[in-house]
Design a protein around this ligand. Sequence first.
Ligand SMILES: [Zn+2]
Length: 216
Amino acid sequence: MKYKYDLVWSVRRSISITISAENKITVRCPWGVSKTEVEQFLSNKENWIEKVVLKNSEKLTLNDDIVEYRKIYVCGKKLDLVFSDRNAFEGGTVYIKTVKDIEKLFISEFYVAFAERLKAMEEKTKLISGGVFIKDYKSRWGCCDAKNILTFNFRIFMLPQDLQEYIMLHELCHTLCHNHSPAYWKLVKGYMPDYENRRLRLKSFDFLVSLYSRIN
Ligand SMILES: [Zn+2]
């Protein structure tokens, strides 16, 4: 196959392929399957693989302006990002001194309203958290600890409102069920019947999590 891929053997019934948003291809296959058989399998799937890879690359290029700090997402909208002598939201433009100031700026602009919306969701769902914090997570959107304290990635303020709500509800449901079992997902669905669609759309914003770090 023309694309590079990682091959992982394990106890399983059939061969599977996964392609990450960054186009990293992983092939998993059962013990005993030969490399030739894997190549055969992949050549049958080549059209599909090519389609996914192209679509991913398109998406990655679409966000060039974000990755290069020329634009920034604010509640799902792309605004101009301008490096300046101040940190401020002004007339549809985001002014910052350094990339490291983005976290502080977003928290001061959006935290209060966010906490109010979370409170309203708690009242509506009767799922009560032990408190809420915002943090610079490097690999996740939110977290619910053993004491039901919820912590959200400050990049949540960059997402469209309905995806913010999905993350809020996701963590609130963990106050009842601290895992991702079928019972947990049933609970989420009960409150948000279209959560699967939101969860899928959230994936296209996952790349934001590796941007704007305070440390590095
Ligand atoms: Zn979770």
